[in-house]
Write a protein that binds this ligand. Structure first.
Ligand code: KE4
Length: 432
């Protein structure tokens, strides 16, 4: 058994002053068989906890750390920025530089607004869509998570699925009534929603690869069909690329699948591990944002100089190596194949699904295409596997509905260590 005495004591202390002892529910390991390790340090592919354990990390702060923990260039950029002052509430050259960089990297993004989180980015994109179209309703997909904005907390996957919450108390009925939901990867039900509510729908928001029910790629023709339905009905298509942005390829999911949205929300990687999000799209849409237009959206710390510096440094590292994404994808595939082989050795059938450097190992003999199928996988065995992996030095997200993330710091040594740990863990799970 893993000695977690220090972490457990800290969790107790935390519970007295922080709800659940954590500042985001998924960190509580609520359904897991182990306590959350309290982290003291991250370096490259590794995390170090209060109890003296080292783990190969596949959470990467839930996605941002694509170049690994404490990358020297990111740390240097942050130090330099901090020396010049931590916040001004006034424009800076580097914000313009980051906005230019995002527009240059993403061909259909002509303007962006920087915010502080993925939640802010998705919330603001929906507000913009409503402001532009003059319509109130929007569509989200069951099992997709778009942050904790009121209107999104309906059948929202991720932490809510882990805690068995279909919709959060505190979301007024009126707000929920304007959120229409449909199963993911099911164009027929989206077509039906448009047939019933077409002229009231401001937007469809989607994770182009669903990463909050594991890792579910869009089926062939799904994004194309969604694009077509939106265009035909005068609704805006919003990609939530908070997770997939600069994660599944140099031009994110929209470049990878070749289907362009009207608006896009970013977070995670674009902030290089600091609090930063962004939303953007065509100039004629973004010009509706205040002060250029009338749709209000603001922030004391928006475009924070330290976060901007970390984001720029991370994008620099990613973009200067033409092989960056292919290399990550190869590593991810090696891990996926290794996990599948290790499980099969002890007669456990798993299905690994991955896109770029995000993936999920489902305890299921068949592929997962939507939330119902993700929920029907063997989650009990997942939780036992999760605890065994932690004991053997591998840190996975404590939920079968979360993706794993591979970083550029995961080399051959870390992969080998991971697969050895997996072989032991699968054997333990099979024997218990
Ligand atoms: P943040 O507000 O947490 O920065 O981003 C919200 C968000 C929006 N869209 C997608 C596709 C996301 O995955 C997220 C955040 N993801 C969660 C869980 N996968 C992060 C972890 C947490 O909530 O603590």
């Amino acid at each position: 058994m893993l000695d977690q005495s220090k972490s457990q004591k800290l969790l107790e202390r935390g519970r007295a002053v922080i709800p659940g002892g954590v500042n985001s529910p998924v960190r509580a390991f609520a359904s897991a068989h182990v306590s959350p390790p309290f982290i003291v340090k991250g370096k490259g592919a590794y995390l170090f906890d209060e109890d003296g354990h080292r783990y190969v990390d596949y959470v990467g702060s839930w996605g941002p750390l694509i170049v690994g923990h404490a990358h020297p260039e990111v740390v240097r950029a942050v130090e330099q920025a901090a020396r010049n002052g931590t916040s001004f509430g006034a424009p800076t050259a580097r914000e313009v530089e980051l906005a230019e960089r995002l527009c240059q990297l993403m061909p259909q993004v002509e303007m962006v607004r920087l915010v502080n989180s993925g939640t802010e980015a998705t919330m603001s994109a929906v507000r913009l869509a409503r402001g532009v179209t003059g319509r109130a309703k929007f569509v989200k997909f069951i099992g997709c998570y778009h942050g904790h904005g009121d209107a999104f907390l309906i059948e929202a996957g991720s932490g809510l699925a882990t805690h068995g919450v279909p919709s959060s108390p505190g979301v007024p009925e009126g707000t929920a009534a304007d959120t229409l939901t449909a199963p993911y990867n099911d164009l027929a039900s989206l077509t039906e929603l448009f047939a019933r509510h077409g002229s009231d729908i401001a937007a469809v928001i989607v994770e182009p690869v669903a990463g909050n029910m594991g890792c579910v790629p869009p089926v062939d023709g799904y994004l194309e069909g969604m694009r077509e339905l939106c265009t035909r009905n005068g609704a805006l298509l919003i990609y939530d690329e908070v997770m997939t942005g600069f994660r599944v390829g140099a031009q994110s999911a929209q470049g990878r699948f070749g289907v362009a949205p009207d608006l896009v929300a970013f977070g995670k990687v674009v902030g290089g591990g600091l609090p930063l999000g962004a939303y953007g799209g065509a100039a004629h849409l973004m010009q509706h944002i205040s002060p250029a237009g009338k749709v209000y959206q603001a922030g004391t710390l928006s475009g924070n100089p330290i976060a901007v510096a970390a984001g720029l440094a991370t994008l620099d590292i990613i973009m200067r190596d033409p092989d960056f994404f292919d290399q990550l994808e190869r590593t991810t595939q090696t891990i996926g194949e290794g996990l599948t082989r290790a499980a099969a050795k002890v007669d456990i059938q798993i299905t690994v699904q991955s896109v770029g450097s995000m993936g999920c190992a489902y305890f299921s003999p068949t592929p997962v295409r939507n939330f119902d199928e993700a929920a029907a996988t063997d989650t009990d065995t997942f939780y036992r596997f999760h605890a065994a992996m932690l004991e053997h030095g591998v840190y996975l997200a404590p939920s079968p509905f979360e993706a794993f993330f591979v970083s550029a710091a995961h080399g051959a040594e870390e992969v080998e260590f991971t697969l050895e740990a997996a072989a032991k863990s699968f054997a333990q799970v099979a024997g218990s």
